[in-house]
Design a binder for this molecule. Structure first.
Ligand code: PMP
Length: 366
């Protein structure tokens, strides 16, 4: 007898989202930080978790205020923008932060707008919150044309605009002038519009690239999302956060599940924040490795998109599936994403990038 489940029609036949998790020597496919936590950080995490463990019979601090204070302090050091803890929100990865945003500001009859190619989870947040999804286009060079972005906001009157900066999978940062134009257009949307700048990779931005945090003071409809998964090398802990006006943060508190952030997660995140100095030194070396990778790909006659992130989109390959498979056969896993003919490689250790280059020379006949 077949089981008749009342699955929502739009979910029928769908598979769960996720890149392949394969056991190969060189993992360069999900933009992780290749450096495991230092011994000092592991010790600090272990001590902090032991302390948290002694109180696990109780629910965690529901408002996670000490963590939000530490995150505010970190943002002040990182970008010079000082915010009160009430302007910070934290959740299980920035994935959950953005789901909270769509739960609060999206919903039936409302639209979320982004510009493709863009982060492939956005349409899933929209689908799961019954929000209409519109993907307008980026330009040929993957930048966002301010005039066309403003026109898209005017045309679709979205409740939420999702702007990753740097963008995944292209690595393209958003100039402040373009963001200001979108913020202005969003103000004109009847019923209001929240502009979310997803800065998951912000710490990897090149010298002179601004953070949207600088615009928060004058734009209460702006929300800037960040994560500890990338620069902090803490993808396994699942900690993301957001900076915005207290009005936005108060709205997110309404839709979160009670005690959504475990006491263990809060303890781990606070321990990692105590090691910001050494972690940011690693970020600097990943940035240099990224710039070397872009230069090498171009030297070999390929296109590589300028990147402000810890990954590089490169192409154009006549048969990207064959190149992806050839790299995998040589123990190097990259990501098939972006427009046809392009592949994305995350920046690994120098040894991993050597393995990537050697494999690519063989596979693509460079
Ligand atoms: N935003 C972007 C643009 C991303 O690429 C990712 C991770 N791949 C995320 C958000 C989510 O990261 P996390 O949930 O680990 O914070």
């Amino acid at each position: 007898m077949s089981l008749d489940l009342p699955l929502r029609p739009e979910l029928r036949g769908l598979s769960p989202y996720g890149a392949p998790q394969l056991d190969v020597p060189v993992l360069l496919n999900v933009n992780e930080n290749p450096y495991p936590p230092s011994a000092a950080l592991v010790d600090d995490v272990a001590t902090s978790v032991a302390q948290a463990a002694a109180g696990l019979n109780r629910y965690p601090d529901r408002d996670a205020l000490p963590l939000r204070e530490d995150l505010a302090e970190y943002l002040a050091r990182e970008s010079g923008v000082r915010l009160p803890a009430g302007c910070i929100w934290a959740a299980n990865g920035s994935n959950e932060v953005m789901l909270h945003l769509l739960q609060a500001f999206g919903g039936p009859g409302r639209t979320a707008l982004s510009f493709a190619p863009t982060y492939s989870m956005y349409p899933e947040y929209a689908r799961d919150t019954c929000t209409d999804w519109v993907a307008a286009r980026r330009e040929e060079d993957f930048s966002l044309d301010p005039g066309r972005a403003v026109a898209a906001v005017a045309e679709h009157a979205p409740a939420v605009v999702l702007l990753p900066s740097p963008n995944n999978p292209t690595g393209t940062a958003l100039p402040a002038s373009t963001l200001l134009a979108v913020l202005d257009a969003a103000r004109q949307v009847p019923g209001g519009c929240v502009v979310v700048v997803d800065e998951a990779y912000a710490e990897f931005r090149r010298e002179g690239t601004p953070s949207a945090l600088e615009l928060l003071e004058d734009h209460p409809h702006l929300a800037v999302s960040r994560t500890m998964s990338k620069a902090f090398g803490l993808a396994g802990a699942r900690v993301g956060y957001l900076a915005a006006s207290t009005e936005v943060v108060d709205a997110l508190q309404v839709v979160r599940l009670p005690y959504h952030l475990s006491a263990v997660t809060q303890a781990v995140a606070r321990a990692a924040l105590r090691h910001t100095g050494s972690l940011m030194e690693q970020v600097a070396s990943l940035r240099s490795e990224r710039d070397r990778t872009v230069a090498w790909l171009r030297d070999r006659g390929l296109q590589a998109v300028d990147s402000d992130a810890n990954f590089v989109l490169f192409g154009v390959l006549p048969d990207r599936v064959a190149v992806w498979q050839g790299l995998l056969d040589r123990g190097v896993l990259v990501r098939q994403t972006g427009p046809e003919g392009w592949l994305r490689v995350s920046i690994g250790t120098p040894a991993e990038m050597t393995a990537f280059r050697e494999a690519l020379v063989e596979v693509a006949g460079l």
